[in-house]
Design a protein around this ligand. Structure first.
Ligand code: GDP
Length: 515
């Protein structure tokens, strides 16, 4: 597809790159404080000097000289909105949980958004300086959401911190670096740049400005590019320290000037060879965007699968209900529908109205959003319309399950049912053209019919597959011949055939499966 993420880079061109980290958690648990603390400390002295510039993301250099990029737009909604636009920029999520407050609704949402994206998580138990801090209770409550920290035999790293007192930050950084090492993050810096918009706005003096996170290649001043459906030429670039820079490599956030219009967060930037090509790609993307807007909502299953390449097909879904009892009943019934081939994946379930968080999560995974006796709030409804996600409302659990079952069954390849309709013995074989053979047959059982699929067996082993191109009895073309009679047949694409072989004819019916 024109202007989409290009082909993979050759392994020998890949070089290590900095991890990209997003911070999530419940409101007031300390996301902003932690971002500020990480930015202010743990950097080589002098590095943090100068005026810090808010550009939507920043990079720190650790004492060991490693780079880490933090997205400065904390929260799971921004994260999933980006994902819905195809921008999976986050490598690692830091889940902030206040040790005094414990797990709260948005903590659980953040966990589910992270899991849906398949991004590894590090738990930062914050506010450990407080007298009523209870980090152990946080770990125990995380268990209930299948987040198992290392101390409890799991694989999720956790660390006690205080953003306020700047405690535990070194340990947190070490865990980020460790996780990053496990991920073996690489990119090719020596190619035309590709990146994603982190945020963008119209600036009074400077025009349209976008913060771009470079994903691969190196973005340079003077480069011609397309962002979303806009094109442009890099007039200037400013880094997170407010300095003008000439180039930006993989995992580097940079403010880009020289855009023709304001793109959206998540939009992709692609550097192209010249302006003619930029216009072509921009026009193509504009057309695609219009098409997308006019296409019907994806009520069917084709958009809803995230794991088509794995053996088990997943049917992701977000469930909201009016009371805990009905939500639990729905979740447990949905989980029971799963078979070896397809299984329901509940991305998130909860009690209460459908919120923006539910919608962004559903949109990012192309999952339907089920409301049982609940409706979306106004903002969620608007977002659902914009993202064209499939909202379904039910008030009878049976109806809900039947519909999901039907859609899931529709995802399975239809069952092939073969019925053998006749068998014949090969009496004689004659050449018939380059690939075909003519054969004298004696029909042993059932019927053989022109046009039917057939296989030749010898000592109960299939030697070839063929088709009956024509049938003759004496001098006449016939369409079928019954048991006990002899006939001549032309068999398509047959080489391996001998007198004594058995020709087996069968009909194939494809039947839609049920669950
Ligand atoms: P956010 O909504 O998650 O971004 O949370 P903020 O960073 O705005 O923090 C919310 C409140 O918690 C602020 O009043 C912070 O000063 C306070 N806070 C954040 N981190 C800590 C901490 O480690 N210890 C204590 N005692 N207070 C903290």
């Amino acid at each position: 597809e024109i202007g989409m993420q290009g082909e993979a880079d050759a392994p020998e061109t890949l070089q290590p790159r900095a991890p990209v980290v997003t911070i999530m958690g419940h409101v007031d648990h300390g996301k902003t404080s932690l971002l500020d603390a990480l930015r202010g400390t743990n950097v080589v002295s002098g590095e943090s000097g100068g005026i810090t510039q808010h550009i939507g993301a920043y990079q720190i250099k650790t004492k060991g000289g490693d780079l880490i990029t933090f997205l400065d737009t904390p929260g799971h909604e921004a994260f999933s909105e980006m994902r819905a636009r195809g921008a999976n920029v986050t490598d690692i999520v830091i889940l902030v949980v206040a040790a005094d407050d414990g797990l709260m609704p948005q903590t659980i949402e953040a966990i589910n958004h992270t899991k849906a994206a398949g991004v590894p998580m590090i738990v930062a138990i914050n506010k450990c300086d407080k007298p009523d801090a209870n980090p152990q209770k946080v770990r125990e409550r995380l268990l209930e959401h299948e987040v198992i920290v290392e101390d409890m035999g799991g694989e999720t790293q956790d660390v006690e911190v205080s953003a306020l007192k700047r405690q535990g930050l070194d340990a947190l950084i070490d865990k980020i670096l460790l996780q990053s090492e496990l991920l073996e993050l690489t990119a090719n810096p020596d190619r035309a740049a590709e990146g994603n918009v982190i945020e963008a706005q119209l600036d009074k003096g400077r025009g349209a400005v976008a913060t771009v996170l470079v994903r691969r290649g190196t973005l340079k001043v003077g480069d011609t590019f397309v962002i979303g459906a806009e094109s442009g030429k890099v007039r200037a670039m400013i880094n997170d320290k407010g300095q003008q820079v000439k180039q930006a490599g993989p995992s580097t956030p940079v403010e880009v000037l020289g855009l023709s219009g304001v793109p959206m967060a998540g939009d992709q930037l692609t550097v192209v060879e010249n302006e003619a090509r930029a216009r072509e790609v921009a026009a193509y993307r504009q057309e695609q965007a219009t098409k997308k807007r006019t296409t019907a909502a994806p009520t069917s299953f084709e958009h809803m699968f995230s794991a088509l390449n794995t053996k088990v097909i997943e049917y992701p879904v977000v469930v909201k209900g009016d009371v805990q009892g009905s939500v639990e009943a729905i979740v447990s019934s949905l989980n029971k529908i799963s078979t070896d081939e397809i299984k329901v994946r509940i991305l998130h379930s909860g009690v209460g109205a459908i919120t923006e968080s539910d919608v962004t999560l559903a949109a990012a995974s192309r999952a339907p959003l089920i409301g049982f006796n609940v409706r979306p709030n106004a903002k969620a409804r608007q977002l659902a319309e914009r993202e064209k996600i499939s909202l379904r409302y039910y008030d009878v659990i049976y109806d809900l399950l039947e519909e999901v079952r039907g859609e899931m069954a529709g995802q399975l390849a239809p069952e092939r049912i073969e019925t053998v309709v006749g068998r014949a013995e090969v009496l004689q074989v004659f050449p018939a053209g380059k690939k075909d053979k003519a054969a004298g047959l004696l029909v042993l059982e059932g019927i053989i019919r022109k046009g039917l699929a057939a296989r030749l067996t010898r000592d109960d082993v299939i030697v070839s597959r063929t088709n009956i191109a024509s049938l003759r009895r004496f001098k006449d073309d016939v369409s079928e011949v019954r048991a006990g009679m002899e006939c001549g047949a032309v068999l398509q694409d047959t080489n391996d055939i001998k007198p004594g072989d058995t020709l087996e004819l069968f009909e194939v019916e494809e039947r839609q499966r049920t669950l």
